[in-house]
Structure formats: C-alpha cells, structure tokens
Design a binder for this molecule. Structure first.
Ligand SMILES: NC(=O)c1ccc[n+]([C@@H]2O[C@H](COP(=O)([O-])OP(=O)(O)OC[C@H]3O[C@@H](n4cnc5c(N)ncnc54)[C@H](O)[C@@H]3O)[C@@H](O)[C@H]2O)c1
Ligand SMILES: O=C(O)C(=O)C[C@@H](O)[C@H](O)[C@H](O)COP(=O)(O)O
Ligand SMILES: [Zn+2]
Length: 407
C-alpha cells in the first residue's frame, strides 16, 4: 500500500488536531504520528513493508531478549518475516503462538505468555512484541505490564481494527467470563509499527469490524470525518489504498488526541466507548468470539443513537445515517434477537463505567458530540432495548436484512 493521502489534506479537514503527521524516512516510505500520552510519548509508524526492516524495531526494543506473541493464523503469515528482522538486530528471539479467538484473551493464556517469559529467563531489560489483531495486542500488552512489573513492548497491529484503535492508547486487558476486559492495566507501548501490507490478507468481515471503530470517531468527535466516511465507504470496502490510509491516519489522530487529553479515562476518554456497553454485553452473552468486537460495537452504536433520540438529544436522521453507513459495510445494526433484556442488564451492570451502582453511558447530543452521562432513567434504557425485541417480533423479515452474524 502506498502513501497517497497528504498531510495537507489531513490538516485541512481536521482543524482541531493538535497531533500532526510528519514524513520522517529519507526514502519517504514511512510516516510517523507521535502519541504524547502523559506516561509516555511514542510513535505510530506507518509504511508498506515495515516488517522487513530491523531499523523499525531496534530503537524500541532494549535488552538482548525479545518474546514475540502472535496467534496460529497470523504466525504462519508474518512471523518469519518479523523474526528475520529482529534476529538481524542481534537479539535472541523467542515466540509463542496463541490459539485464534477472543475466547483466548483470558487469564489462562496470559499465564502461558508469562510462563514463556520465565522459561526463557527474560528479565527487566527484555521486551515483548505483539504481532496480531486486538486480541494479541491486548493480552501481550497486559503481559508486558505484569512481567517483573513492566517490560517494554511494541505493537505490530495486523487488523484494521488494531491499527485504528486497539494498538494505540495503552488499554491492555484480558476478559473475565462475566465481563469484557475486566482485568487489565493502562500500559503504553514503546512504538506501534503499522506495516500496511499485512492488511491484504484480512477477510471482508475483519475489515468491516475495523470500519465500525473508524465510524465511531466520526460519531463521537469528528463530524466532517463521518461525512467523509459516507462519501468514501465504497472505497474503504474496496480496499482502495489511499482511502484506507486516510481512514487509518485520521482515526489514529482522533484516538491520539483523546488519549493525550485523558490517558486513564478520568473523563473524555470514555467517549471512545460509544456503543461498547451494549456491545460488550453482546460479546459476552453470545460467547466471546461469536460476534466480532467491531460487529458488536456497530450494533451498540446504533442502540446508543436510538437511546439518544428517545431522550430528545439527537435527531432521528443521525440514527438513520449511521445505520445506513454501517450496513453498507455489512455490519450488524441490530442486537441479537435471542438476547433477553435481563442478559443486557446483567452484563451492563459490571461495565467499567459503573460507579457506586450507577451506570454511565456514552450518548450523543449531536453528530460528532458524545457525552458521558448518567442522566437518563432506567425506563429509557429498557425501552431502547425492548424496541429491538418488538421490532424483531413485528417485522422479522426486515430484521433479517440487518445482517446479523451468528457464527
Ligand atoms: N485496547 C484497546 O484500546 C482496544 C480497542 C478496540 C478493541 N480492542 C480489543 O481488540 C479485540 C478485537 O480486535 P480484532 O478485531 O483485531 O480481532 P482479532 O485480534 O481477533 O483479529 C481478528 C481475526 O483476524 C485474524 N487476523 C489478524 N491479522 C490478520 C491478517 N493480517 N491477515 C489475516 N487474518 C488476520 C486473527 O487471527 C483473527 O482471526 C477485542 O478483544 C477488543 O476488545 C481493544
Ligand atoms: O481506548 C479506549 O479508551 C477505548 O475505549 C477503545 C475501545 O474501542 C476498546 O474496545 C476498549 O478496549 C474498550 O475499553 P473498556 O475500558 O470498555 O474495556
Ligand atoms: Zn472497541
């Protein structure tokens, strides 16, 4: 994938940005965005073929031992290339391949990674590398935060979702059977190395899951980007390199700005959770891995729009535009009909945004204007969830068209 989107055009449409892109490589093959989080400043490096160049890794991996964490799908595709680069830096390289799936973002597999660290006698100067999607990135980051109370780690995201969201910002975690990401830490990587070439092997469903989080940035804080998504959805789905690159860079700029303002989610960072309270409930109740994270978030964002409309905060047209946009990417825009309201309430009651028994949700006061609020009645929340159950009973044929994934 080449770099076509220009810095000039990014700046023009993203006037609020304090984060800027800069070309750094003499060969101008890479572009770098700096994330200036309170605990650490680090680069997101974008480029085609970055896995093959040791120089993209060596500055960020101190010490003489590196453990690369990947999974059984990504490993066979990209591990050899990365291993060659890392070996060329003169370090001892160890690897662990996890099984593929959200259900393995668990304490059990966290332990397996920590066992490897112990077996190979890694120490405080050793580093971890996460080669994979959000699952590998989240669990590896958490292992890095835990092992000897913290070793450096580098994110090498290989899904669109991981590039635009999970590899940036330092939220690391594993799931608990009763709730998503319940055990984790804020722990920033030393660098995020985005080799855009690896995205070519993603299937359409995985690509769409990333598009859901891209659309999220438009909904919560970047209305012009939402319009850009409406105009460019076909290009994203068709994987037009310039279109995808622009979407990735602009998403990362949005994410970096929010993380810089509020690294540990004291306030505004929670807006990145739009649709996630509903979405996490869907993921956990369906069984981790049934619905992809991005799919659950897509349906959850529509539910958040619907609830905002019911509160009189949002024009119904925004919900309709959001549904239309997400459906173009074949994302589900309705929750699973099998999910009872009690299931939603059980999982939502352990959301990380519950404080002293009070649930806060991310809702919209306009397109591009998210709020973190507890200012709603239980009835509105119930009515929102029940609305989809009625819809399913009354118009099942219409519901079918909303492209629900069940496996
Ligand atoms: N930390 C954060 O800020 C944050 C943000 C968003 C999501 N997340 C987490 O990220 C996870 C979802 O991430 P995801 O959507 O990347 O899912 P994933 O990691 O499960 O990857 C999706 C699928 O794509 C495969 N894959 C990965 N790269 C590939 C490639 N280049 N070619 C072919 N196949 C490839 C994987 O093996 C997997 O089957 C969830 O656990 C979610 O909670 C975290
Ligand atoms: O970076 C954040 O902050 C986010 O909320 C990004 C979300 O897309 C992501 O799914 C995150 O892992 C959810 O966090 P959680 O705190 O609700 O578990
Ligand atoms: Zn998410």
């Amino acid at each position: 994938m080449g770099f076509v989107a220009s810095l000039g055009s990014l700046r023009k449409v993203r006037r609020r940005s304090s984060v800027t892109m800069a070309s750094v490589s003499p060969a101008e093959r890479t572009r770098v965005l700096e994330v200036k989080a309170e605990s650490r400043t680090y680069p997101i490096i974008f480029g085609d073929g970055l896995l093959g160049d040791p120089a993209n890794f060596s500055p960020y991996l101190p010490g003489d031992k590196v453990l690369v964490v990947t999974n059984e799908t990504v490993g066979p595709l990209y591990l050899n290339k990365l291993r060659e680069s890392l070996t060329a830096t003169g370090k001892s390289i160890f690897t662990i391949e996890l099984p593929d799936g959200e259900q393995y973002k668990s304490m059990e597999w966290l332990n397996a990674i920590l066992d490897k660290c112990m077996d190979h006698k890694l120490d405080r100067k050793s580093s971890l590398v996460a080669l994979g999607g959000g699952v590998v990135g989240d669990i590896t980051g958490f292992a890095a935060a835990c092992f000897v109370r913290g070793v450096p780690f580098v994110q090498v995201p290989t899904t669109l979702l991981a590039v635009v969201d999970s590899s940036v910002g330092g939220k690391t975690a594993v799931n608990h059977p009763k709730g998503k990401n319940m055990i984790g830490a804020f722990y920033q990587p030393r660098a995020v190395v985005v080799d855009t070439a690896v995205l070519s092997t993603l299937d359409d469903r995985q690509l769409a899951a990333g598009i859901a989080e891209i659309v999220k940035y438009g909904l919560i804080r970047d209305e012009p980007f939402f319009r850009w998504c409406e105009e460019n959805m076909d290009g994203m789905i068709a994987r037009d390199p310039a279109t995808l690159l622009y979407a990735m860079e602009r998403s990362c700029i949005n994410k970096a700005e929010v993380v810089e303002a509020d690294e540990r989610e004291g306030g505004v960072r929670a807006t990145l959770n739009l649709g996630h309270t509903f979405g996490h409930a869907i993921e956990a109740s369906m069984g981790y891995g049934q619905w992809l994270h991005g799919e659950a978030v897509a349906a959850g964002m529509v539910m958040a729009c619907e609830m905002s409309v019911r509160l009189g905060w949002l024009d119904e047209s925004v919900t309709k535009r959001t549904e239309k946009l997400l459906a173009r990417a074949s994302l589900p825009i309705r929750p699973p009909p099998s999910m009872a309201i009690e299931e939603f309430m059980t999982y939502m009651s352990v959301d990380k945004k519950v404080e002293s028994g009070v649930l806060k949700l991310i809702l919209l006061k306009g397109l591009g204007e998210a709020v973190v609020t507890a200012d709603f009645s239980k009835e509105v929340l119930y009515d929102t969830i029940m609305y989809y159950q009625h819809l399913f009973r009354e118009k099942p044929e219409e519901y079918d068209n909303y492209l629900i994934h069940t496996s």
